[in-house]
Design a protein around this ligand. Structure first.
Ligand SMILES: *Cc1c(COP(=O)(O)O)cnc(C)c1O
Length: 358
């Protein structure tokens, strides 16, 4: 018996998406971003499926260590860098690259005593204004890193886009130009492009692309679909109907009783709710795929269940699959109904959802 709710992860889709991104960025290496439990797809599952990637990007040291413990030998990069001086020893011991984006990290590096130098990616704030050294700080930081024996040479260079998911927004070009101007003539690898940069701003692909969401088959751009780029959704979120009920016109359903049937119908109860990470604020009409068609959510999503309007003539039965998103129902579309982004839906699933690799 398959558990439910479950996130069925397609290794074929993940592998396809890596191949496809290499076609889209043929000159670049791929730093596959697998932070946040592989965007909810299972950290080790994803890393093992994508063992052809040139490296993996993580947000936290714990994530990188989990990959090493799982036997992953590839290049690993901490995208937020290290937080404490003791982390540096761990980085060297496990051969993990780090971003360096602030003065405190720089001082920790300068005063560390390490058995071998650590590979760093110097992050320039070209306009995101979240992490990174400003263009004004760049020259002095670069010379300090160059002079620092704890730092492997050459120093790699990176930046991150604020608006690459807006194909008409010029700020991406401005960020690119600022970065390229600053690092002109310097050795070391360069990396700018997240998924949106990779797909929409080919000039940003540089030595390494850093795709996250696209690897999972999802487009980063509102109104777009991964499928439009030859990407395949890697996750099917599946649960089951646990009740099918006759429902009379005028009867409400669920907490607050705020939806009432206009006509006689049949309601289905699906075993998934906000306790599984399906958002409570999903409005009436958010689609669920059951037996080959889309049916609307009605009434409020509760902790363990949600209700759908199956229609008066429905022949659905208890035990039938209900797909909340996946190949049949793009997560991008579900996210738009709910007023969020697909990134949040896939990463917010709770441990109650079994992640199954297929
Ligand atoms: C998360 C992250 C990425 C991947 O972003 P996507 O939009 O999922 O492709 C790339 N680079 C950095 C620095 C990140 O933090």
């Amino acid at each position: 018996m398959k558990p439910f709710p479950r996130a069925e992860i397609s290794s074929r889709a993940l592998k396809n998406n890596l191949v496809r991104l290499r076609e889209i960025a043929p000159e670049s290496k791929v730093m596959a971003v697998v932070k946040a439990n592989g965007y909810g797809h299972g950290l080790l599952n994803v890393a093992n499926c994508l063992n052809d990637a040139d490296g993996f990007g993580l947000a936290r040291l714990e994530e990188a260590l989990a990959l090493r413990e799982g036997g992953v030998k590839s290049k690993l990069l901490l995208l937020e860098g290290f937080f404490r001086q003791a982390d540096l020893t761990t980085l060297v011991e496990h051969d993990i690259d780090t971003v360096i984006h602030n003065e405190v990290q720089l001082e920790m590096l300068e005063s560390a005593s390490l058995s071998k130098p650590v590979t760093v990616w110097l992050k320039i704030d070209s306009g995101m204004h979240r992490l990174g050294f400003t263009p004004e700080q760049f020259e002095s930081v670069y010379s300090r890193l160059k002079a620092c024996p704890q730092v492997a040479k050459p120093i790699n260079l990176m930046s991150h886009f604020a608006c690459a998911d807006e194909p008409d927004n010029d700020s991406t070009k401005i960020q690119m130009n600022l970065f390229n101007e600053l690092i002109k003539g310097l050795p070391g690898d360069r990396s700018l492009a997240n998924s949106a940069g990779t797909l929409y701003w080919p000039a940003s692909q540089a030595d390494w692309i850093r795709p996250g969401i696209a690897l999972y088959g999802v487009s980063p751009v509102t109104g777009d679909l991964g499928g439009n780029h030859g990407l395949m959704p890697a996750m099917d979120l599946v649960s089951e109907l646990i009740a099918v009920r006759d429902h009379k016109a005028g009867e409400p359903v669920g907490y607050g009783s705020y939806w009432c049937a206009k006509e006689d119908t049949k309601l289905g109860v699906v075993a998934i709710g906000y306790g599984d990470g399906y958002p409570r604020n999903a409005p009436e009409g958010t689609p669920v795929w059951i037996n080959g068609r889309l049916v609307p959510i009605v009434g409020r999503v509760s902790m363990d269940m949600l209700t759908v309007d199956l229609g008066l003539n429905a022949s659905d039965r208890i035990g039938d699959d209900a797909i909340l998103w996946g190949k049949a129902l793009p997560v991008e579309e579900v996210a738009e109904h709910i007023g969020t982004i697909a990134y949040e839906l896939v990463t917010k699933l709770t441990p109650r959802v079994a992640v199954c690799l297929g």
